[in-house]
Design a protein around this ligand. Structure first.
Ligand code: SAM
Length: 300
């Protein structure tokens, strides 16, 4: 058995964990709804005249059991999933910069697939999502049960891209790099997974400044435990050059605000308002500069 198959098999075991297995059982019992109309807009919306009240109740209850919903929003018949993040803001910010027609596309750290569903509108040749989380995979399967797309969801991580048997024309790696303790090596894994002339779309936290440096939080950053490096834009460019990317373009810089990330009924924990200094929204509760992201396009 190849390494990648072993890894896939290993990761898929998490679908049998005791908190996930009951959700997988409920997923298998989802009703089949006829004539579903799919609207791939800011709110990914499913409509059908055939769905009956008992089915709507099952869908709503199951959606609640799949909390926390970080990415969205989705409207599944009568159920509006008001996710913590208004993911259309990020999608609409980067979508003017790409054309996915007939491309092989990978979304690394795809979460529940919100962006991948939006990308279907672009008519790519293929979309593969990578994310090791069994809960987000189950959210994806729930939505895709009705959309019936041919998106492939791999429970593999960015670290597995070197061994992945296929290469991609366009790779999205959004909101993942700051979670890696080895950012240059992570960028190299992305480069290896690109076809010749392939392009990478990346976003990650940055700090302001002209120096070629990175902030390294001792513990948490904005209450997030696994944040390793937050570079200046110049340092981020250097990482990309070191990883072998050639043309690197800064597309946008955006501070996270409470239009984009906020507490809703679809998450149980805290959100942005609790992560920032109550007396100074320019700082995190730990006293670091508040979250700001750079959006980058880089080609090989
Ligand atoms: C901050 S979220 C970003 C989600 C989405 N890409 C976005 O930008 O809105 C990070 C995502 O990366 C996923 N993740 C965690 N470890 C990963 C890994 N090793 N490789 C790829 N994705 C990973 C998490 O499950 C989560 O869905």
């Amino acid at each position: 058995m190849k390494n990648i198959d072993k890894k896939r098999e290993e990761r898929e075991k998490s679908l049998c964990f005791k908190n996930i297995a009951p959700l997988r059982k409920k997923l298998r019992a989802l009703p089949s709804i006829k004539d579903v109309k799919v609207l791939l807009d800011d709110v990914i919306t499913l409509e059908s005249k055939s769905v009956i009240p008992e089915e709507k109740v099952y869908i709503e209850e199951f959606a609640k059991e799949l909390k926390p919903w970080r990415k969205g929003p989705f409207k599944l018949f009568d159920t509006f999933i008001d996710s913590e993040w208004q993911s259309q803001i990020k999608y609409n910010l980067i979508s003017p910069y790409f054309n996915l027609k007939d491309k092989k596309v990978a979304d690394i750290g795809c979460n529940n697939g919100y962006y991948m569903f939006r990308m279907l509108e672009e008519k790519p040749k293929k979309i593969v999502g990578f994310d090791p989380s069994p809960l987000f995979r189950t959210q994806f399967d729930f939505i895709n049960h009705f959309i019936k797309s041919s998106i492939v969801y791999e429970m593999l991580g960015v670290e597995d891209m070197r061994d992945y048997p296929e290469k991609f024309d366009t790779i999205f790696c959004l909101g993942v790099l700051y979670h890696r303790s080895d950012p240059v090596s992570t960028l190299k894994s992305l480069k290896v997974a690109l076809e010749k002339d392939g392009e990478l779309f990346l976003d990650t936290f940055i700090i302001d400044g002209e120096e070629e440096i990175a902030l390294t939080p001792k513990d948490r950053y904005s209450k997030i435990p696994n944040i390793y490096f937050i570079p200046t834009t110049k340092a981020l460019f250097n990482w990309l050059y070191r990883a072998g990317f050639k043309e690197i373009k800064l597309l946008e810089v955006k501070k996270t605000d409470n239009l984009e990330q906020r507490k809703t009924d679809w998450i149980d924990g805290e959100s942005l308002e609790n992560f920032l200094d109550p007396n100074d929204a320019n700082l995190t509760v730990e006293g670091y500069p508040a979250p700001k992201r750079a959006y980058i396009k880089a080609t090989v």
